[in-house]
Write a protein that binds this ligand. Structure first.
Ligand code: ZN
Length: 110
């Protein structure tokens, strides 16, 4: 079980960042794909940006990008109509045979 999956099981989304070139290893890996440097694991920085969304069987699926590197697909847990480019946060995550991600919309600050 990888560091990433172990984090998810505890409800934490961790990303591995290269200790040499600072590149984020995504998809999760054991070392940097750019320079083979070792990774430092830390919590994901919130929020992300909505790239795409679709609806199926009454559920809203979103693809959200975090830190300009990490793209994940999950379910929007709020009954709102999201717009592309909107700030989205990872509300819950878990791991049960496969990763599970749930998003919520970050309220606009005026
Ligand atoms: Zn690197």
């Amino acid at each position: 079980m990888s560091v990433f999956e172990t984090g998810l099981k505890k409800g934490r989304f961790v990303v591995g960042q290269c200790s040499k070139c600072q590149k984020i290893a995504w998809p999760p890996n054991d070392f940097c794909s750019g320079c083979f440097g070792s990774l430092l694991w830390r919590d994901l920085k919130q929020p992300g940006t909505l790239l795409e969304h679709s609806q199926k069987d009454g559920r809203k699926f979103c693809i959200v990008e975090f830190e300009r590197a990490v793209k994940i697909m999950g379910v929007l847990i709020e009954d709102v109509e999201p717009t592309i480019g909107q700030n989205i946060q990872l509300a819950n995550c878990g791991f049960d045979k496969s990763p599970r991600f749930e998003f919520s919309v970050v309220p606009e600050v005026n």
